[in-house]
Design a binder for this molecule. Structure first.
Ligand code: PHE
Ligand code: FE
Length: 288
């Protein structure tokens, strides 16, 4: 791991045992608040008609359009009232068990720095804009809120199996890069997409990536890339359907079956896939 990434193996000095730190909102300077405003303006302008209804409702209910980096004391009052969730600040990426434990207890850990002007479009680790603008609006939706709790509890349970890669893929292809089929069209709900200007367009409009109907086992077998636009997006029918197919399923037998099933290479398509769009993969080929 590059040492400029904020990854530690125990809570750094000043952090609590659960890795949380005070947000210290007063310490953000005018440039940092301006960076939030600039990113917020750019995303919120293009998201109507692209982001899921639940996401847009969340922006509204949480009053995220208020200028500047959100003060968690204020944000958490609204979020708590909506679903019992809260945002907590952490110094960087936290260990898996700590992450799962926060989710299981309705706490979403957010990085406590905001990107620099030269990182407007790409950064290696989640900043406040990704974590708060990308993730928190969906946590104001009662069904998605329950999905994230169930995921955290499932994560804690999975530590007794060797299932982390499979569970990470589920998170990746839903929480980070999920698409949803609304009656009025395909929409984005994944935080990695909604917080990215370019991928918000690419994920919905570009011919390159596959768009495949969500299938739990399929998703848990599918590798993903962390360094560029996705080559696959998985499409859920509704948040209720996502919750039902995950929280309503005992993963232990799935983990067992997955042990003998090969991973699926990033852009491979299977006979059983329900394709919404068979991607050309032209974008990925142009970068190879
Ligand atoms: N139901 C899963 C289990 O038995 C846990 C889970 C729920 C995982 C929701 C992901 C999302 O472990
Ligand atoms: Fe994220």
């Amino acid at each position: 791991m590059a040492d400029n990434l904020h990854v530690y193996d125990k809570p750094p000095l000043g952090a609590n045992a659960d890795w949380t730190i005070p947000q210290n909102w007063e310490a953000f300077d005018a440039h940092e608040h301006e960076m939030w405003d600039r990113l917020f303006a750019r995303q919120s302008e293009m998201l109507p008609g692209r982001a899921a209804d639940a996401f847009l409702r969340g922006l509204d209910v949480l009053k995220l359009s208020k200028p500047g980096i959100p003060d968690y004391q204020e944000l958490n009052q609204r979020l708590m009232a909506a679903t019992g969730w809260q945002v907590v600040a952490v110094p960087g990426l936290v260990p898996d068990d700590v992450f799962f434990d926060h989710l299981a207890n309705r706490r979403f850990p957010a990085g406590n720095f905001i990107r620099q002007p030269q990182q407007l479009d790409y950064l290696q680790e989640p900043d406040i804009f990704h974590d708060v603008f990308g993730h928190v609006p969906m946590l104001a939706d009662p069904v998605f809120a329950d999905y994230m709790v169930a995921y955290g509890k499932g994560g804690l349970r999975s530590l007794g199996f060797s299932a982390l890669d499979h569970l990470a893929r589920l998170y990746w292809y839903t929480v980070e890069f999920g698409l949803i089929q609304q009656s009025d069209g395909l929409r984005i709900y994944g935080a990695g997409i909604v917080s990215s200007y370019a991928e918000s367009i690419f994920a919905l409009d570009d011919d390159s990536p596959n768009r495949i109907a969500f299938d739990l086992l399929r998703v848990m077998r599918t590798r993903y890339r962390i360094d560029d636009f996705q080559q696959n997006y998985f499409v859920i029918q509704s948040l209720e359907a996502l919750l039902k197919s995950t929280a309503g399923t005992d993963f232990a037998p799935l983990y067992h079956r997955l042990e003998t099933m090969p991973d699926i290479a990033i852009a491979d398509i299977l006979e059983d896939d329900a394709m919404l769009h068979h991607g050309t993969q032209a974008y990925a080929a142009s970068k190879a």
